[in-house]
Ligand binder design. Structure first.
Ligand SMILES: [Zn+2]
Length: 103
């Protein structure tokens, strides 16, 4: 299997760009990782730990793909996962990785 990076992925199908369909949880996980690093200086900043926390947190959450233009509709829907719930998953991931770091 060829491993691509995001920039090499072709999101264009039949003239339709799928770049505007995003997993909103990814946005929130990135935000919460930055918040955690800001508020806790003891967290390891190496790229392996940050990548592990990102992957672990993302895998612990169900995907929430939305069109970026429908964010306000999604935020009012029953399937909405709020910042607090995502923060919890990110903190769980930090705890796990801090106990058993891959670096
Ligand atoms: Zn580390």
């Amino acid at each position: 299997m060829q491993v691509l990076n995001r920039d090499e992925m072709d999101y264009e199908i039949e003239g339709c760009s799928l770049r505007d369909v995003i997993n909103f949880n990814e946005y929130l996980v990135l935000k919460m990782i930055r918040e955690a690093l800001k508020s806790d200086v003891s967290l390891c900043r190496c790229s392996l730990c940050i990548e592990d926390v990102f992957a672990l947190a993302m895998n612990s959450l169900p995907p929430r793909y939305i069109q970026i233009t429908s964010l306000s509709r999604y935020s009012k829907s029953e399937s909405f996962i709020d910042e607090e719930a995502v923060r919890e998953k990110v903190m769980e991931a930090w705890k796990k990785i801090s106990k058993n770091p891959g670096h």
